[in-house]
Design a protein around this ligand. Structure first.
Ligand SMILES: NC(=O)c1ccc[n+]([C@@H]2O[C@H](COP(=O)([O-])OP(=O)(O)OC[C@H]3O[C@@H](n4cnc5c(N)ncnc54)[C@H](O)[C@@H]3O)[C@@H](O)[C@H]2O)c1
Length: 256
């Protein structure tokens, strides 16, 4: 039986075929879901539209998460194409200026800190608030985080602070929305070679380091992150909320 048969979901954050959001899109569609996708600007539209067409997405429209008008317009379209009902939202969006990832954390500029927080953490609230009126039969909200929220990871800097805020957002939203049967969870994925990851200085060394030390002695595949996303979006996870699920080949359990 398909795990997401008849479910309707929004997946935010497909930039190209390497995006974690694209692996998630393919997996949820394979399990019977209908999806709505977004792209952040016209340059991205050219890459995302063919991918959306290949999975017969119900919607593929512009939405920059820092723009409230675009968010309102996007969710109005979601309501229209899905007949006023939404079952899940996958938030797979983050951004920081490269200058704010490198060097001393204490040197992070005020504007760079605010931008990283806005795009990578606040946006979960912005999406959830607009999805909520459509989750008439309960729902699942899922975001993507990283170990740099919990421990110091070299060159992750402002994004570590943003991911820590994002994980706190998950807990506060879970507590608020539980009575409406809306579950809110995060996946803490191990490093995956994507466009966003390319912005992290020394990312290649990080992949090598994890593959050598993680209990499973390898890096995670995007399809494995997607499988966990399918589970959390599905009715097999109806008692799980406020959780940060590590999908990282076990790396997070290591000490010295
Ligand atoms: N790649 C990794 O190693 C890794 C590990 C753990 C968690 N994550 C997280 O997974 C998520 C997806 O990243 P990815 O690695 O697939 O990279 P990606 O570059 O493919 O995806 C990031 C997405 O964020 C979108 N985005 C950036 N600014 C935006 C804005 N203002 N409005 C709307 N969308 C915007 C981009 O367009 C892109 O689609 C991120 O939250 C990232 O932090 C990634």
């Amino acid at each position: 039986m398909s795990l997401l048969n008849g479910k309707r979901g929004v997946v935010f954050g497909v930039a190209n075929e390497r995006s974690i959001a694209w692996a998630v899109t393919q997996a949820v569609v394979a399990e019977g879901a209908q999806v709505a996708l977004n792209y952040v600007n016209d340059r991205m539209a050219r890459r995302v539209e063919p991918l959306a067409a290949s999975v017969e997405a119900a919607l593929c429209a512009p939405c920059d998460v820092t723009d409230d008008d675009q968010l309102d317009a996007y969710f109005a379209q979601v309501s229209e194409v899905f007949g006023g009902r939404l079952d899940f939202v996958v938030h797979s969006v983050a951004f920081a200026d490269r200058d704010d990832l490198l060097g001393d954390f204490s040197a992070t500029r005020r504007a760079g800190y605010a931008l990283a927080m806005d795009v990578s953490a606040y946006s979960l609230l912005a999406l959830t608030r607009r999805a909520l009126p459509l989750m008439t039969e309960g729902g699942s909200v899922l975001t993507m985080t990283y170990y740099g929220a919990e421990k110091v990871v070299e060159n992750y800097n402002v994004m570590g602070a943003a991911k820590a805020a994002l994980e706190a957002n998950v807990r506060y939203l879970a507590a608020e929305l539980g009575p409406k049967a809306v579950r809110v969870n995060a996946i803490s994925a191990g490093p995956v070679k994507t466009l966003a990851a390319a912005g992290i200085p020394g990312f290649r060394d990080m992949l090598k380091h994890v593959a050598g030390r993680a209990p499973l002695r390898r890096n995670v595949e995007p399809a494995e992150v997607a499988d966990a996303a399918v589970f959390l979006a599905s009715d097999r996870a109806t008692a799980i909320t406020g959780e940060v699920l590590h999908v990282d080949c076990g790396y997070h359990v290591l000490g010295v």
